[in-house]
Every structure is written in structure tokens, then in C-alpha cells.
Design a protein around this ligand. Structure first.
Ligand code: ZN
Length: 318
């Protein structure tokens, strides 16, 4: 397989084995290794899983309530207030420092989740129109309430001043989405992104990679920007230290296997199929078992040391 950025395999070498958070996911991802292109300082799963298996995984498996990333860990009202979390306010501060949000009319969020950032922007700048692509049904409920128009990216017929994509680009099998971003961006439009930061230090200590497939560094962002004729306005590292992130990752993994050992999965499947209400209640009680203290993470969301687990930045279309 060639490097997804430079399309060559000349500078790509085997880097390490691929590690799953949930070993059963191998069914959808297959036997993977991780390769690194030295030229682009970019690592990628090899071979990439096939599209059919991956689509099935994201539509049916990924957001199941008893498995990571443990979305919708609270009642809906709590989820709706998540836009006030430290992390989202930190995004808002970053964006409003670097971009004049008064001049923004159309925002598109790729992989929006519940659209916290766009919603926070719209509260302050009501002229903003919100668009997104999000497949998760529980998310759609909140996105609708918040005024988002949800469409597949291929079907968008608007041009955008700002594209937001946080914690999505690492799940893709290639970087061709930047072509589409270019098509739907207005001239001088911006892309705000956040992704895991994956230099040598990430690979030397990470408990697992799954389900991520692309592993970015500052240099690979610069290479991508050059390839797609985008200007790098800023790239920063942010969030927890690598050691803290490893700890959170291990806790997430242990939580899954704890739940699994306590509950019969066939029973969960049965409930999901036939008794949705009971399933929701049961899910709440399962989630009360959670060992990860979400609040303790929030205070750690600071920026700009080299020992940070995320990479964030703003790119501009020329
Ligand atoms: Zn390359």
C-alpha cells in the first residue's frame, strides 16, 4: 500500500503491529499492521479495511452504548449541556482568537457528534447557518433541535466559510476528503481540525490504536496542506500528556471488559431488538459502573506543550 499523502511506497516502512482496544473488532478491520512514510512523517494502517466492513462497523457497532467511546453517558438534557464543557469552550476561544467569527455565515461540521462547537458559535453569532454530516441517530435528535441541517457530504450544495472536523479524520482510510473540503469551501474559507497527535512517543507507549487508521503529525499536516493547496494558519498540540492519555485509554478498555464480563451480550442484543425502552434504562445502569471520571479530565485540557496527545489547527483555502 502506498502512503496516502505522497502516494508512493518508496519511503514507507513497517512501523509496528496494530493494537485493538476491543479485540473482537478485528472481525471488521482484519489483520492490520502500521506503516510509516518517512517523507511525510505519516503512519497508516496497512492494509486498509474494506469499505463494506467499515461502514457496517460505524453504522451498527461503534456507538453501541456498552462500548467505547461511551457516547451518551448521561440523560439527553446532560448531553445537550455538553457545549459548556471546558473542551468546547477551549475550541471556541481558539477559533475566535484566530478567526473573525462575525464574518462567518455557513458552517459545516464533518462527523459532528451533537454539534457542540457550531451550537456555541451560533449562540453568540446568530447569523450562522449550521450544516453537518452525522450518521448516529441519537446525535441527530439533538442536532435537529440545534438547527443543524444534516446531509451527506457529497450532497451538500452550499459553500462554507468554516469547516469543523474534530476527532474524525483519524477514522478515515485516506485523505481524499480534503478534495471535497476544497470544493465546498468559499475562497479564504477555513478548516478547523483536531486529531490525535502521533509522533514517535505515541507509538512507543500507546495501549492501542483501534479504531483509528491514520496517524498524523505536524509534518504530515503540512504535507497535506501543500498537496491540497491550503495555507497552514496554525498547528498546535493540546490536551492531556501522553502518560495521562495512556491511563485514560487503559481505563476505557478495562471498563469495556468489566461490563462485558458482567452482562450477557446475547441478552443485550435481545433487549436492543425488542424492548428499546428497557434497553435504555439498562444502559443507564451499565453506564453508572463507569470508572473513568470525566470531570477529572476537563481541567487537563490545556494547550501547547510537546507532550500533548492531540493536534489541532486551522487551515485556509487560498
Ligand atoms: Zn508519504
Amino acid at each position: 500500500m502506498n502512503c496516502p499523502i505522497c502516494n508512493s511506497n518508496k519511503k514507507s516502512n513497517y512501523r509496528c503491529e496494530y493494537k485493538f482496544e476491543i479485540i473482537e473488532d478485528k472481525k471488521y478491520f482484519g489483520d492490520l499492521e502500521i506503516y510509516r512514510c518517512e517523507e511525510c512523517d505519516f503512519s497508516y494502517a496497512n492494509p486498509m479495511p474494506n469499505k463494506k466492513d467499515l461502514d457496517f462497523f460505524y453504522e451498527n457497532i461503534y456507538r453501541l452504548p456498552y462500548r467505547p467511546p461511551y457516547w451518551f453517558t448521561e440523560y439527553q438534557a446532560d448531553s445537550e449541556n455538553k457545549y459548556l464543557d471546558d473542551r468546547n469552550l477551549n475550541y471556541l476561544l481558539y477559533l475566535s482568537t484566530l478567526i473573525d467569527l462575525k464574518n462567518i455565515t455557513n458552517i459545516y461540521d464533518f462527523g459532528a457528534g451533537i454539534g457542540d462547537l457550531g451550537y456555541a458559535i451560533k449562540k453568540k453569532f446568530p447569523q450562522v447557518n449550521l450544516f453537518c454530516t452525522e450518521y448516529d441517530k441519537q446525535c441527530l435528535n439533538i442536532l435537529n433541535k440545534r438547527g443543524y441541517i444534516n446531509k451527506e457530504i457529497e450532497l451538500l450544495d452550499k459553500k462554507f466559510d468554516l469547516i469543523i472536523t474534530t476527532h474524525s479524520l483519524e477514522h478515515l482510510t485516506n485523505i481524499e476528503i480534503f478534495n471535497r473540503f476544497n470544493e465546498i469551501l468559499k475562497p479564504n474559507g477555513f478548516i478547523f481540525f483536531e486529531i490525535p497527535y502521533c509522533p514517535e512517543q505515541y507509538f512507543s507507549g500507546r495501549p492501542y490504536d483501534g479504531p483509528h487508521l491514520l496517524f498524523y503529525t505536524k509534518k504530515s499536516i503540512e504535507k497535506i496542506s501543500k498537496k491540497f493547496d491550503l495555507e497552514v494558519i496554525r498547528v498546535d498540540t493540546c490536551s492531556y500528556s501522553f502518560l495521562e492519555d495512556y491511563k485514560f485509554q487503559r481505563e476505557s478498555q478495562e471498563r469495556y471488559y468489566n461490563i462485558k464480563s458482567q452482562v450477557s451480550f446475547n441478552f443485550i442484543k435481545f433487549l436492543k431488538k425488542f424492548i428499546p425502552q428497557s434497553f435504555i434504562k439498562m444502559r443507564q445502569s451499565i453506564l453508572n459502573l463507569k470508572s473513568v471520571d470525566e470531570m477529572s479530565k476537563l481541567g487537563l485540557f490545556t494547550s501547547n506543550s510537546d507532550d500533548n496527545t492531540y493536534l489541532r489547527g486551522i487551515l485556509k483555502k487560498n
